[in-house]
Design a protein around this ligand. Structure first.
Ligand SMILES: Cc1cc2nc3c(=O)[nH]c(=O)nc-3n(C[C@H](O)[C@H](O)[C@H](O)COP(=O)(O)OP(=O)(O)OC[C@H]3O[C@@H](n4cnc5c(N)ncnc54)[C@H](O)[C@@H]3O)c2cc1C
Length: 343
């Protein structure tokens, strides 16, 4: 193990519903997990794309919302103490001299484990970029698409762009820290939760933030440091607002991303697996959920749950080669009930 690497039994790329349930199945078989997700919260598509929509085809739950399912899964895996590395992209995968996998994230986290579980769904969520000429030269220096540490933005003159939940949440969270905060949105209608919109309007009325209804048309600055932006309202002349930080929140889109460079055999951007173990062409690398493909594959949450159960059987053989795997029911096995803390 490298000195600063975190050692575990299984590294899971993707904390969507299937990655979360994999923690449960691996946990029942005595394997500890660390999960990496580029989102700032667990739940994958359920949390990001349809938290309030009802799902009707989860076995045993006649109706549950996307967010409700994620909450239930988080509760179910609590006994296994999974460790989450959120807002981090799983970027590169190499092998150690001892034959373990070493995964490095874009935040510099290094994880090592004998087993890799790719539960990357439709790919990593990446921000939609605003169509503003020359924005790339400011990215990572004064233009950011996510907030990893709020302290980074203390005393800054921040301009937040967007009208959804992320734009409004960060307006409310960063306002107390910021030197000055401007929220710009192209329409005076917001898609965010009504309570956030109400709080934002109260701050605007109290003069604690500036609310501008306009579009960003130009950035001004030098050497990657933004100094001002030009805004254009629907009617009227363009004008300039001073700021040293721009946070555009224009939504997210899904791209396969770095998993494509892990050296795993892909078919149309999906990982081919066998249906007995859900293992890729590289032994000890498994793929479950929407990211995999095999004859008859259905991109449903319930398929991913089944795949996680079978994956965990084979993973056990790699992580505990000296032990015999016993098939047990949670209803009747005191061993499993001990692990779940229900005895
Ligand atoms: C609107 C909508 C409605 C749906 N309704 C239903 C339904 O009723 N029933 C049903 O069964 N299914 C439904 N689905 C499909 C269901 O949501 C997916 O099958 C399910 O989310 C797949 O789970 P997953 O864990 O495999 O992947 P995902 O939920 O896609 O999660 C994958 C996670 O991996 C992360 N990730 C990927 N690559 C990286 C990387 N390199 N580094 C860090 N993180 C990474 C992503 O950020 C993401 O959070 C619906 C989907 C949509 C969009």
């Amino acid at each position: 193990m490298t000195t600063d690497a975190i050692s575990t039994d299984a590294i899971i790329v993707g904390a969507g519903p299937v990655g979360l349930f994999a923690v449960f199945e691996l946990g029942l078989n005595d394997m500890k997990c660390q999960l990496v997700d580029i989102l700032d919260k667990p739940g994958g598509q359920c949390a990001e794309l349809y938290p309030e929509k009802p799902i009707y085809d989860i076995p045993g739950l006649p109706i549950v919302t996307g967010a409700g399912l994620v909450d239930a899964l988080m509760k179910q895996i609590e006994p296994f103490n999974p460790v989450f590395h959120l807002s981090q992209m799983a970027e590169s995968l190499t092998k150690t001299d001892e034959g373990k996998w070493r995964l490095t994230t874009d935040a510099g986290t290094v994880l090592e484990a004998p087993v890799m579980v790719i539960a990357a769904g439709g790919g990593s969520f990446v921000p939609k970029k605003p169509p503003i000429k020359g924005i790339e030269q400011y990215e990572g220096k004064s233009v950011f698409y996510s907030v990893r540490r709020m302290e980074t933005f203390r005393d800054r003159s921040i301009l937040i762009a967007g009208g959804g939940d992320s734009a409004l949440d960060w307006t409310l969270n960063l306002q107390p820290l910021a030197h000055r905060l401007t929220l710009v949105h192209r329409r005076d209608e917001f898609r965010a939760a009504p309570d956030s919109v109400k709080k934002m309007r109260e701050l605007a009325e109290a003069g604690k933030i500036d609310l501008r209804i306009a579009q960003i048309v130009q950035l001004h600055g030098e050497g990657g440091q933004i100094e001002a932006v030009t805004l254009k309202p629907d009617e009227g002349e363009p004008y300039t607002v001073q700021c040293d930080t721009l946070l555009p929140f224009y939504g997210l889109t899904m791209k396969l991303g770095p998993v494509a460079n892990f050296g795993i055999n892909l078919h149309q951007n999906l990982i081919q697996v066998d249906t007995a173990k859900f293992e890729s062409d590289i032994p000890t690398i498994f793929a479950i959920g929407d990211i995999n493909t095999y004859p008859g594959k259905l991109k449903l949450i319930l398929s991913g749950f089944h795949e996680a159960a079978l994956m965990a059987q084979q993973a056990f053989r790699y992580v505990h080669p000296d032990r015999k795997l016993r098939f047990q029911y949670t209803t009747s096995s005191s061993d499993l009930q001990n692990k779940l803390g229900v005895q």
